[in-house]
Design a protein around this ligand. Structure first.
Ligand code: RFL
Ligand code: PHB
Length: 391
């Protein structure tokens, strides 16, 4: 039977980053991915990286393009009641910033580094199943090209996202905490210059939430809150641009450059945590263990911090023969996860229109927004969470 040290399930950002960090430390690993590489690269998702994530890409030896092409943001802006208010996160946090760099680009950098290092990734691995992770010799099985395959390993890292097999395998041992929001985000990607190239804009209006983000100086990413039962086909490009304009302040609305969408999709919003994140020799990381609504831009960054803790724990195990890191992994990771869950829930609650919110909650939301942009203490609390809490 083939063997490796760490079998990684999933070639999203968590799995690829973990694989690269382990390789740097001389730890052998194989990645099993259900989809093709092109499919993985075609999923348009996150766009904002915390410094912790940028540092990890450097540590993995794949930060070159990110530094050359990523765009550093020193501020975000909040729009409400038709006016725009800057939150200078850089000044409020003693110099911390975020970087706009698409998840697809980060994934591509990791995939290319993995291929260049000659590391094994099995794409289109069907019916992946996990066995014996309560013993010293776990086994992973899958089907490909009409044949059954088997891999023996020391550990399994479940980096296979919210719908993966890893958490499903331990379903009866998991406690789940979940909140589903009564709306979704309609996202559009277009090759037009971003309306706000220096700051991500978060908008609260009586028509609902909006967000202006970017992938580069020539590619924009915009979102509007929409009902959960809306279909992408309901939203022509024209309808989308009209709606976005109506949710922004007059200056931005007038400045927006529109163009044909190159991607358009609707994502539901969810908060979710599975506890614990370790089951014998199986460890969950990233979206496999937790989901945040995208409002705080935390999902990919949390995946990266899980991977930092997990890779350090594996290195400690192999180099120092110490189980301390592995034993503490779940608690350490969950500690950070819950802080990001709180922040993402709070910013989501503050910026969206809820179907049942009523006049009282509406007034409270307005009062909180006013307080937030005029109080140094409140703006600082937002800023320090937005740039990412320390590891
Ligand atoms: P992924 O990216 O879902 O990758 C999991 C991989 O596992 C594979 N897989 C399997 N492989 C083998 N066998 C199976 N049975 C398998 N089942 C699944 C899948 O095919 C996939 O390739 O999880 P990962 O690596 O943990 O990464 C998490 C991030 O993708 C996610 O948290 C972010 O995209 C969230 N997110 C954002 N995060 C940020 O930090 N900043 C942002 O600005 C941000 N914006 C967003 C977002 C997510 C969004 N959507 C659509 C959910 C914006 C949006 C709209
Ligand atoms: C994005 O660029 O896709 C993005 C930016 C900020 C968010 C969510 C998504 O909070």
């Amino acid at each position: 039977m083939r063997a490796t040290q760490v079998a990684i399930i999933g070639a999203g950002p968590s799995g690829l980053l973990l694989g690269q960090l382990l390789h740097k430390a001389g730890i052998d690993n194989v990645i099993l991915e259900r989809q093709t590489g092109d499919y993985v690269l075609g999923r348009i998702r996150a766009g904002i990286l915390e410094q912790v994530t940028v540092n990890l890409m450097d540590e993995a030896g794949v930060g070159r393009r990110l530094h050359a092409e990523g765009i550093v943001h020193h501020a975000i802006e909040l729009v409400f009641k038709g006016e725009r208010h800057p939150i200078e996160v850089d000044r409020l946090t003693g110099g911390k910033v975020v970087t706009a760099y698409g998840q697809t680009e980060l994934t591509r950098d990791l995939m290319e580094a993995r291929a260049a290092a000659g590391l094994e990734t099995v794409y289109e691995a069907a019916d992946v199943s996990l066995h014996d992770f309560d013993s010293a010799r776990p086994v992973v099985r899958w089907r490909k090209d009409g044949r059954q395959h088997e891999l023996q390993c020391d550990f399994i890292a479940g980096c296979d996202g919210f719908h993966g097999v890893s958490r499903a395998t331990v379903k009866d041992k998991v406690t789940e905490y979940e909140k589903v929001y009564p709306f979704g985000w309609l996202g559009v990607l277009a090759d037009v210059p971003p309306v706000s190239p220096h700051a991500i804009v978060y908008g609260n209006s009586e028509r609902g939430f909006s967000l202006c983000s970017m992938r580069s100086l020539t590619r924009s990413r915009y979102y509007v809150q929409c009902p959960l039962d809306d279909k992408v086909e309901d939203w022509s490009d024209e309808r989308f641009w009209d709606e976005l304009r109506r949710r922004l302040d007059p200056e931005l609305a007038q400045k927006i450059v529109t163009g044909p969408s190159i991607e358009k999709s609707i994502a539901p919003l969810r908060s979710f945590v599975a506890e614990p994140m370790r089951f014998g020799r199986l460890f969950l990381a990233g979206d496999a263990a937790h989901i945040v609504p995208p409002t705080g831009a935390k999902g990919l960054n949390l995946a990266a911090s899980d991977v930092k803790y997990l890779s350090s724990a594996f290195v400690e195990h192999y180099r120092e023969r110490s189980a301390a890191g592995l034993d503490h992994y779940s608690d350490r990771a969950l500690h950070r996860v819950w802080k990001a869950e709180r922040f993402s829930w709070w910013l989501t609650s503050l910026m969206h229109r809820f179907p049942d919110m009523g006049a009282f909650n509406q007034k409270l939301q307005e009062a909180e927004l006013e307080y937030l942009v005029h109080s140094q203490a409140a703006s600082t609390a937002l800023a320090e969470n937005y740039v990412g809490l320390p590891l």
